[in-house]
Every structure is written in C-alpha cells, then in structure tokens.
Design a protein around this ligand. Structure first.
Ligand SMILES: [Zn+2]
Ligand SMILES: [Zn+2]
Length: 330
C-alpha cells in the first residue's frame, strides 16, 4: 500500500505521497507543521480545518483540496479518508483502504484532551504507521490541568515580583493551546510575538476560544511589561525584540522539558512539560485500540517502540524520516 521513496511515503495504487519531503504531483498532508507540510507540490489534500493553516504556509494560489473528517475519496485504486489526530487544529490520520487491506498513517497525534482541536479517533486497521516522537518509557505526561495550573502560578508569582513572564513555545499549536487552556483560569490579555499572530488569528476564525491577544511589536518607549505574559518562539531569544522586555522570568513549554539535559541546554528559568505528541502509555494504548497486526514506527525513537511491540508479538518495521533530530513540532 505504501512504499518509502526519496520523496517520502508513496502510495503507488493512488499515485500520491503522504507528507512528502520534496515537491510531488499530489500530496496528502496530515497537518500544517513545517516538517509535514512542505511547499512546492502541485496539489494538496488535507482535512477541512487544516486548509486555512496550510494555505498560509504555501504559495498563494496553490491547489489545496480538503475533506471533512470521515469523508471518503476514491483516488486511483484506493479509498482515502482523514480522521482526527488530536495533535493541532486540522491534524489528521490518513486511512487507506484497498485490496491490501486497511492502512492508517497516524501523522503526529496525542490522546490528551486539547480544546483547540478534535480528539484523536482510533481507526481499526491492519497496518498502523505510528509516530514515535516520544517512543521511550521515560516519556509520561502529567495531566494538562496540573501543568497549566503550575504555569499560571508561575505567572502570578512573577507578577507579584514585578517581572514579565516570557513563555517560549511553538508558533503553531502549542501557543494556541496555551491561550485556550489559560482561558479557563483568567481573562487577562496576553502579548504574543509577531511570528505567532497569523496562526493565532486563524485559530480564532475557526472558533477556538482563547484569551485575547495583542501583538508585542518592538516598542518605541520602554513601556513597563511587569506582570505581563508574553508568548514567543525560541527563535526570538537573543534578538533585539527581547531586549525591550525589561526584567523577566522565562520558561519553555515542550515535551522535551521532561529530559533534564534538554532543560539545562535550553537554559530557561522554568520548563513546563506539555506536549502535543502521545507519551509512551498513549502510544501503546493507541496501537492496541487500532487492533493492527503490523505497526510501522517513525520519528523520534522508532526503534525502541518497534522492539517493544515486536516483543508483544506484532509485526513491526521502522520508517525513516527526513527530519530526525529536528524538534519542529514537539
Ligand atoms: Zn511532526
Ligand atoms: Zn506536528
């Protein structure tokens, strides 16, 4: 059903690629993160709520078709449908049905609730291609409410101390999830780096309830930012933009904050462990729920997960990824 090529996963029976690395004729896209939605292909197919995000990533005028979640489309000899992956707004698993049975490609996914997107729906299949970004038993996430409560408490403590709170996080997905989760605890306005405003507006247009935001441009005067919460991409560190912030405490929000070495290397005051990927127990639970007899793993730690599943009697394999080591969307 699917073969590995230099351009990525290819479906010969339907003549399309899933999240291709290069420019191809037809790309089926699981979600709009940069390591999955590469520019340059002739035509794209994605889930309806992904479409505005993908359109923003790609050249104006690019052909982008969308399917509603669960809607089936015959492409060549294969029936394709997209199903919620719970990773970010519009993220989808790709289900392929043909003479070789049913295959499901998970894309990136998580099982923890997320107010910004549809929850993951397990799809029964014969072969399950699962991401394994956090495919080691050490990766176990705390409940989201606990992490968000910690983060809010940190913000409050900084306010009391007259400091701004700078939270580094990924521009698409994590920033909006934080804004949505925090809206359960406060209604304060949050300042966001300019790089985050476009995607955040698209989430708002999609009806995702989030805290009000204002873009923090480089300020002319030195307006005090004491007590403010500011969201910014890691790429903003060390830029002129940062020097305008005055006194602050900083934090990074990512699943990688579970690893002490990474925390040290990032050199931030606080690390909050919140991921948009499945942790180890969620990976195993999901594999079980699909009922798949064969599981192919990709991204992050594919070998340990494949080995574990092989030990449980499943047929396994590893699919290489062009993006190993790149933490574009963790
Ligand atoms: Zn990814
Ligand atoms: Zn992703």
């Amino acid at each position: 059903m699917l073969v590995e090529t230099d351009e990525g996963l290819y479906c010969p029976k339907g003549h399309f690629y899933i999240d291709p690395w290069g420019a191809v004729a037809r790309a089926v896209i699981t979600h709009a993160h940069g390591d999955h939605a590469r520019p340059g292909s002739d035509a794209y197919l994605c889930a309806s709520p992904c479409r505005p995000l993908l359109a923003r990533r790609l050249e104006p005028g690019t052909t982008i078709e969308a399917l509603r979640y669960g809607e089936a489309r015959r492409i060549g000899e294969v029936t394709v449908s997209l199903h919620p992956a719970g990773h970010i707004l519009g993220s989808a698993q790709v289900r392929l049905e043909g003479r070789e049975g049913v295959w499901v490609v998970s894309g990136d996914y998580k099982r923890a609730p997320d107010p910004t997107c549809e929850p993951f729906q397990p799809q029964p299949c014969d072969t399950f291609v699962t991401e394994s970004t956090f495919g080691l038993p050490i990766f176990r996430w705390d409940p989201t409410e606990a992490v968000i409560a910690d983060l809010f408490e940190w913000w409050e403590a900084n306010r009391a101390a007259g400091l701004a709170s700078i939270v580094f996080c990924y521009t698409l997905g994590k920033a909006q999830r934080l804004l949505a989760e925090l809206s359960r605890l406060t209604d304060r306005r949050v300042l966001v780096h300019g790089a985050m405003s476009g995607m955040t507006e698209l989430y708002r247009e999609a009806g995702v309830p989030m805290l009000p935001t204002e873009v923090l441009v480089e300020r002319r005067g030195r307006e005090p930012l004491a007590g403010e919460l500011v969201l910014a991409p890691l790429s903003a560190r060390g830029t002129a933009w940062m020097r305008r912030l005055g006194e602050f405490s900083d934090a990074f929000v990512s699943g990688t904050m579970r690893v002490r070495g990474v925390r040290r290397q990032r050199n931030v005051d606080r690390g909050f462990v919140l991921s948009d990927h499945a942790d180890w127990p969620a990976l195993l639970q999901t594999v079980r729920e699909t009922g798949a007899s064969r599981v192919l793993t990709t991204h992050g730690y594919p070998e340990p997960l494949a080995r574990y599943l092989a030990g449980r009697g499943l047929a396994t394999g590893v699919i290489r990824s062009a993006w190993e080591g790149e933490a574009a969307s963790t």
